[in-house]
Design a protein around this ligand. Structure first.
Ligand SMILES: Nc1ncnc2c1ncn2[C@@H]1O[C@H](COP(=O)(O)OP(=O)(O)O)[C@@H](O)[C@H]1O
Ligand SMILES: [Mg+2]
Length: 255
């Protein structure tokens, strides 16, 4: 079981987006995957799947109100398993995030467990790191977000986590952006995916779906599939139909 924290120093860079789409991409490759929302103070993971009210959540598990973590696992149509946190602020009472490590150990076997972390190096984020063995960084191509990766990687190193690399998200290619080479040099980590900025991510969120459910042919979608294959140690050949779908989308406004 690969237990990977999806982390960033800065908020809003795309951790939840990467956790949900990477989870779905790995599922599409035939892997069993569980994703868990460890950002208990501001949880958004289940929202990315249109799940707004979940009777049993990670909060209940951490408060030891359930017999087992299985009570808080929800199945997505794809087969992906989701452990949400509660949107109700009252359900934060008596929640001890430090118990996350124990909870993660109780998750039924999955090839991958992806932990959607809170940003930074506070108690929530560190609890997610302590519960995992590997860490995947998400950043944007700007100096603030990249500086924060450097900081968080120092903490992760001290905790003995294996860094998998950096996912650069919201790439537009404009001249003021840091390049992949610059990010690799600054962080001393490999950039293993570059996801373009695409307005369809916000559209997907509004629709209560993950991006890959509404678009599986764009550059961003292909990057997620390649990232999933890379993490699974597999080759990924873009299916010819993906390009056909993309070409068809260019003409969709005609129909
Ligand atoms: N590649 C992208 N292009 C455009 N918008 C994106 C992209 N990735 C994420 N977003 C949007 O940015 C916002 C923050 O993303 P989110 O995954 O919630 O960040 P975090 O979990 O790091 O706080 C969301 O509204 C999401 O839809
Ligand atoms: Mg988030």
């Amino acid at each position: 079981m690969r237990i990977i924290t999806v982390a960033s120093g800065k908020g809003g860079v795309g951790k939840t987006t990467v956790t949900s789409n990477l989870g779905l991409a790995l599922t599409k490759l035939g892997k069993s995957v569980t994703i868990i929302d460890a950002n208990i103070t501001t949880p958004h993971l289940a929202m990315n799947f249109g799940m707004f009210y979940n009777p049993t959540t990670l909060n209940h598990v951490l408060r030891e109100e359930t017999k087992t973590v299985i009570d808080a696992i929800y199945f997505h149509d794809s087969g992906l398993k989701i452990i949400p946190s509660s949107l109700d602020v009252n359900e934060l009472q008596n929640v001890d995030i430090a118990k996350l490590e124990k909870v993660i150990k109780e998750i039924p076997y999955s090839d991958f467990v992806l932990i959607d972390s809170a940003p930074g190096i506070g108690r929530e984020a560190v609890s997610a790191m302590k519960a995992s063995k590997e860490i995947l960084y998400v950043t944007n191509p700007n100096i603030a977000a990249v500086t924060d990766v450097i900081k968080i990687n120092e903490v992760a190193e001290k905790l003995g986590l294996r860094p998998l690399g950096v996912v650069v998200n919201k790439v537009t290619g404009r001249v003021h952006e840091l390049t992949i080479g610059e990010i690799e040099e600054l962080t001393n980590l490999p950039v293993i995916a570059a996801i373009p900025f695409d307005a369809d991510f916000e559209k997907a969120l509004a629709l209560g779906k993950t991006y890959l459910e509404i678009n599986d042919y764009s550059k961003a979608a292909i990057e997620f599939m390649k990232l999933a294959a890379y993490l699974a140690g597999e080759d990924y050949k873009v299916p010819f139909t993906t390009y056909l779908k993309r070409v068809r989308s260019w003409f969709s406004w005609l129909i």
